[in-house]
Design a protein around this ligand. Structure first.
Ligand SMILES: [Zn+2]
Ligand SMILES: [Zn+2]
Length: 369
């Protein structure tokens, strides 16, 4: 018998239960009608717009208009009045923190978010550093050629950071620390922005909140992901070191290797794509990704009873059929439900690290064999 999971009260419509096979799953508490919105997720912990779309997506509402640039860039005047004794951004060389908006009102909405100037400071530091990096023509040292990856190699790499690199940095004066900054490019920069956003969210989240409780219990797919892409280990270490050297003290003090690895590991397989909004699924642009902890317990089915839909920066989860009590509530992870069963399962395995055994897959597999 499935037992109730430690995360209770996410939604009045469903309950998260531990299943017999070790995972967790959402079950309807009562019979529910088609059209019921079982979860409205606006508690995004981390989000990131892909670098190539940075000027084409509104950072407040995620609007995308066929590749046209957003008109409203963040200016120094916008942030000047938000500055605090801790956050002192200078006007000279202000780059707009890489933030673009569709409307002046969207920009104002964004600036109203509590403590947002702290995050803007992090984004600005990262962007300025990226620009300096881009002017350098650095011969990038090839990382170690890791063909075989294991949990032990990952642990060993992070132990080295904890036992040797961090203590070394901590002994240095702030100005000297910049010498320890690894070279990074757009990919690392974008990932660093995602982690900075997550640190910012966690810093200001109520520790007792459901979002915080669910974030802590998110499953990490670190080992599966890095085993599949061994270069990611080095990539993560570059991002971690860059953040550790560059972030203001108030963020760095929260930045442990454990937290960093949980942010990264739970993003793999748990994040929701920020897709261009249009009716036809094929050919939509993948604009970025975001993590909504409370929405992370929906399992996948190739015949899902929940349709997910993005409205601005909020994700809505709506029943697409009537469901009885105690029914598993599932979404589609892949957006590839029209693909044949073998292809579909292959994509799910590669990106979400599981063998789909939903009723549709099981029945379609039987017709093949
Ligand atoms: Zn907007
Ligand atoms: Zn399936």
């Amino acid at each position: 018998m499935a037992s109730v999971c430690e995360v209770e009260g996410i939604s009045p419509f469903f309950q998260v239960r531990q299943t017999d096979f070790g995972g967790r799953e959402c079950f309807s508490r009562v019979p529910l009608k088609e059209g019921t919105v079982v979860l409205e997720a606006n508690d995004c912990v981390g989000a990131c717009i892909a670098h190539e779309f940075r000027k084409e997506v509104c950072h407040s509402c995620f609007l995308y208009r066929n590749g046209t640039n957003m008109k409203f860039k963040l200016t120094y005047g916008d942030v000047a009045e938000l500055l605090t004794p801790e956050v002192k951004l200078s006007e000279k060389g202000f780059s707009g923190a890489g933030l673009w908006f569709c409307l002046e009102s969207c920009k104002l909405e964004y600036l109203k978010r509590p403590h947002i100037v702290e995050l803007i400071e992090c984004y600005e530091i990262l962007l300025r550093t990226l620009k300096i990096m881009q002017k350098k023509t650095v011969e990038q040292e090839p990382g170690p050629d890791l063909q075989v990856m294991s949990g032990e190699i990952i642990e060993c790499a992070w132990r080295e950071i904890n036992n040797s690199w961090i203590p070394k940095i901590e002994r240095m004066k702030l100005t000297k620390r910049l010498n320890e900054l690894p070279f990074f490019a757009e990919e690392e920069y974008n990932c660093a922005r995602f982690v900075a956003r997550a640190l910012f969210s966690l810093k200001h989240l109520d520790p007792q909140s459901k979002t915080m409780a669910t974030f802590r219990t998110l499953q990490s797919n670190e080992l599966s992901k890095i085993t599949r892409f061994p270069v990611l280990l080095n990539f993560q270490i570059v991002v971690f070191k860059s953040l550790y050297v560059l972030l203001p003290e108030s963020f760095r003090k929260d930045l442990s290797t454990e937290l960093f690895r949980h942010i990264m590991g739970s993003e793999y397989g748990n994040s929701f794509g920020i897709w261009e909004q249009q009716k036809v699924l094929e050919g939509r642009e993948f604009l970025g990704y975001s993590v909504f902890p409370r929405a992370s317990y929906f399992n996948h089915s190739c015949d899902p009873n929940i349709t997910k839909c993005r409205v601005g920066s909020t994700m809505l989860f709506t029943l697409n059929k009537d469901v009885p009590k105690d029914e598993p509530l599932c979404i589609d992870y892949s957006s590839l439900l029209s693909q044949p069963v073998v292809k579909r399962r292959q994509i799910l395995k590669e990106n979400w690290f599981f063998d789909c055994l939903c009723t549709r897959c099981v029945s379609e597999l039987q017709t093949i064999h």
